[in-house]
Design a protein around this ligand. Structure first.
Ligand code: ATP
Length: 255
């Protein structure tokens, strides 16, 4: 991780995730309007915004789960619309409420991910991840038998296992117990230090403040701030991220 701003990303590296003019509506109602973002290798971008601001829509669009309506997404040099498989191979997405396959065990989910992404040394990596996320005792449990927090941990372990260039995390700590939170925070740091570009969407401002090199604040589907935390504070003459966030998004709160 490194402090950065502008187009060149962390430590001047070229962006590994590049989104241009992302636009998405539901039934004609705009949810995301003309969003641009870039994340470099080893950089953590914090995605903030009030409920309904468009964060999940943005992440689902980048992950290719929602078809692109407008704009472009490029992952590790591959255009999502033109080279979908290649783009998705370099990307992992952890949704806010992961739904594993009911009939596959924890171990089988990791096997499946390893085969899908062609991870060669997956057994040892999977073992370490299962230990880290306290799933080692539950390798035989079916997806349908996992608690919310366990589903979250499994989804994070699957994302890590695939060794992606870009990871999208939607409220990754929601539902985790204190040990799980500590493990996930450490894992996010390690992932970024190994060169993965991370987009971290969360309402937990302390998490974002601790992890993010740069921030993107959304309100009503539009970017209202993009830059470092220091730039954000300097521009607003406010001391805490919470105060700045509330001021920036005051008109964006949905009743
Ligand atoms: P939260 O912090 O509450 O998770 P968010 O920033 O992730 O919110 P989104 O879930 O992206 O926001 O929603 C953005 C807008 O799109 C909201 O107005 C929401 O009502 C709308 N929206 C999201 N999903 C759908 C859907 N499947 N159908 C219709 N409208 C949707």
């Amino acid at each position: 991780m490194a402090e950065s701003s502008g187009d060149s990303g962390a430590a001047g590296h070229p962006p590994v995730l590049r989104v241009r003019g992302l636009t998405r509506s539901y039934g004609g109602r705009p949810a995301v309007q003309g969003l641009d973002l870039e994340v470099a290798r080893g950089e953590v971008l914090g995605l903030l915004g009030p409920n309904g601001a468009g964060k999940t829509t943005t992440l689902r669009s980048i992950a290719g789960v929602l078809p692109l309506q407008g704009g472009s997404v490029e992952v590790a040099g591959c255009d999502l619309a033109r080279s979908e498989v290649e783009a998705k191979r370099s990307l992992a997405w952890v949704p806010d409420d992961p739904r594993p396959f009911d009939a596959l065990t924890v171990a089988e989910h990791l096997e499946f991910t390893a085969h899908l992404y062609g991870v060669e040394d997956h057994r040892e990596r999977a073992r370490v991840l299962l230990e880290r996320f306290e799933l080692a005792e539950r390798t035989s449990a079916l997806g349908s038998e996992l608690s919310r927090g366990m589903r979250q941990k499994l989804a994070i372990a699957q994302a890590w296992l695939s060794n992606p260039a870009v990871v999208l995390l939607d409220e990754p700590l929601a539902g985790l117990d204190p040990r799980g939170i500590r493990g996930a925070r450490t894992a996010i740091r390690e992932l970024a230090s190994e060169g993965t570009a991370v987009v971290l969407s969360s309402h937990q401002l302390d998490l974002v403040e601790a992890m993010a090199d740069r921030l993107l604040v959304l309100s009503r589907g539009r970017v209202v701030f993009s830059g470092t935390l220091a730039e954000l504070r300097a521009a607003r003459a406010e001391s805490s991220l919470e105060e700045v966030f509330l001021e920036l998004t005051a008109e964006g709160d949905e009743a």
